[in-house]
Design a protein around this ligand. Structure first.
Ligand code: GLU
Length: 547
């Protein structure tokens, strides 16, 4: 046994697995050459926000579009950040967004456990291996020692960190280490770095391209005194033994890549590809800043749930953020799904970040909703209102088929109406179709030059023209006749040229009818509204106006 092997045994006497055992237990995946294994690795800190929802969309897409594997891994080694129920909240959000997690805490998989706090044995096995090959050592420096070192470095204007001559425990002999251990001294495990800060390391990021940074020469902590590894060492072990092929994560990690690469090399693991994602930004007046959980309500996933913004629309928006050429493709392929598009890293913006624009998202949502079948809109509206507007939920369920017909007005046509961007906006568009909501309403005819005409227009229409059985053409011709009878102008062009010469126009006449039936000046097709309301209710509503 070498001294290093003896040291490994001394530090990790209970670890019986070897690195070879792990290699066998988590073998290379039997996948297509092009298939990517990607992971979303959040810390369980609560409900998701748009930043990490987008960060999960990216690996999900690259994994699934290549027939690969999408993993959910929970990074809960940092206790201070974890909240009770944090894991469930993340899984709930991913489920709501209909992400298919192939492997994860609740999804099974041969490469688990998928929660870091349950993977201690793996980390310790790799740690023991690193000690045995001389690439890791125990450090017994106290907090005081380290503070003292830092102050000294600051004073001397030197780089901060445990490196070079500051790495006091790096050369302790086996005998010295044994004395500390026998004494019960606390220790952390550090990497024995071979890097040279004056040299550069060059690596390729799938999004940002070639990056050059100084090599790492700091003997970073691999395992803390409580036996738990910080992020860097844990993710290297996990990504290797989960056989991840692309590491997608926030670009705040980019400066640590030299250290991570050194770890991969020290462990003799094959390196994955990296894709560092730019943050989602927001234009706030003249400034562009990071979308903020604290300042921006639209940053919270809960915001979309409460407003009833369809998750599919959010994902379509993500697709436009992910690849600049998606918009154009989707315009040509309206009937397709974003899943049919092949995303690529080189079509991502490489600097600054992506501008998160809620108005654009809502616009996409309007389009998306306008193309759904009325039955689908109904089902989703039912779900949404069950949670957020029980009174409306009762109504739409009581008049199910009727509601579907209302939602279907001007829907199945080449250019469907785009009245609402989310389920919470539907009621304000269709409430007047329900007598229950139409009982205590005000009518405003002040758009007429002669407001007093309203009653007369309605009563004449009701007595001389209105017939529920008319087809659309007859109906419209009768509106024209009514217009003439009232001394209003049927020719909009002529009217617009000389409005002062006429009492009003045919548009005013239709609007009197529209307002009488709905209180609103803009509605979907009036003829269809009349048909759906039916004779009795139309007459009843007219009589409210003309008595
Ligand atoms: N757990 C890290 C975080 O929440 C993710 C880092 C990674 O994806 O590797 O920031």
């Amino acid at each position: 046994m070498t001294d290093n092997e003896k040291l490994a045994e001394l530090l990790y006497p209970d670890v019986r697995l070897t690195i070879d055992d792990l290699e066998k237990k988590y073998p290379k995946r039997n996948l297509d050459e092009k298939a990517e294994v990607c992971r979303f690795a959040p810390s369980p800190t609560g409900r998701m926000h748009m930043g990490n929802l987008f960060a999960s969309f990216v690996p999900e897409r690259f994994a699934h579009q290549s027939n690969g594997v999408f993993i959910l891994r929970i990074e809960d080694t940092d206790d201070k950040r974890a909240i009770d129920d944090g894991i469930n909240l993340i899984m709930q959000d991913l489920k709501e967004y209909n992400y298919k997690v192939d492997e994860g805490p609740n999804s099974g998989g041969e490469y688990g456990p998928y929660i870091q706090s349950q993977r201690k044995e793996i980390y310790h096995t790799v740690a023991k291996y690193l000690v045995s090959i001389g690439r890791a050592y125990p450090c017994f420096c106290s907090e005081d020692d380290l503070t003292h070192m830092r102050e000294h470095q600051e004073h001397k204007k030197e780089r901060i960190g445990y490196y070079g001559r500051y790495a006091k425990c790096r050369n302790l002999t086996y005998v010295e280490v044994k004395a500390h251990i026998d004494n019960g001294d606390k220790w952390v495990l550090r990497l024995k770095s071979m890097g040279d800060f004056n040299k550069k390391i060059v690596f390729k990021d799938l999004i940002k391209g070639t990056i050059e940074l100084p090599e790492n020469d700091i003997d970073q902590v691999l395992v803390k005194s409580d036996g738990i590894p910080p992020y860097a060492f844990a993710h290297v072990c996990d990504d290797h033994f989960m056989r991840v092929t692309i590491v997608t994560r926030d670009d705040s990690y980019i400066s640590s890549v030299p250290y991570h690469l050194e770890l991969w090399d020290a462990c003799r693991f094959e390196k994955p590809k990296f894709a560092h994602l730019l943050p989602l930004n927001k234009k706030d007046g003249e400034v562009v800043r990071k979308l903020s959980k604290r300042k921006d309500p639209e940053a919270a996933v809960a915001f979309y749930h409460e407003k009833g913004i369809p998750t599919e629309a959010v994902k379509l928006y993500f697709a436009t953020l992910l690849n600049s050429n998606f918009d154009g493709w989707f315009l040509q392929n309206q009937d397709k799904d974003y899943n049919d598009f092949t995303f690529s890293f080189n079509k991502m913006s490489t600097s600054g970040g992506s501008l998160f624009d809620i108005e654009k998202l809502l616009n996409i949502s309007k389009n998306y909703l306008s193309r759904l079948k009325a039955e689908e809109v109904f089902a989703n509206l039912d779900n949404w209102s069950k949670e957020f507007d029980n009174e409306f939920n009762q109504l739409i369920k009581q008049y199910r088929d009727y509601t579907i017909s209302v939602l279907n007005i001007e829907r199945e046509q080449k250019k469907p109406r785009k009245d609402f961007a989310c389920y919470s906006e539907i009621k304000k568009n269709i409430w007047y179709m329900y007598d229950e909501l139409f009982s205590d309403v005000d009518f405003d005819f002040s758009f007429l030059k002669h407001e007093e005409d309203a009653r007369k227009i309605v009563s004449t229409y009701l007595s001389d023209f209105f017939d529920i059985n008319d087809d659309k053409e007859t109906w419209f011709n009768k509106i024209k006749e009514l217009t003439e009878k009232m001394g209003y102008n049927t020719n909009m062009k002529e009217y617009k040229e000389n409005p002062d010469e006429f009492r009003g126009s045919i548009a005013d006449i239709s609007n009197v009818i529209r307002v009488s039936l709905t209180t609103k000046l803009t509605t979907p097709d009036l003829f269809e509204i009349i048909k759906l309301l039916g004779n009795e209710r139309v007459c009843e509503r007219f009589k409210r106006i003309c008595g």
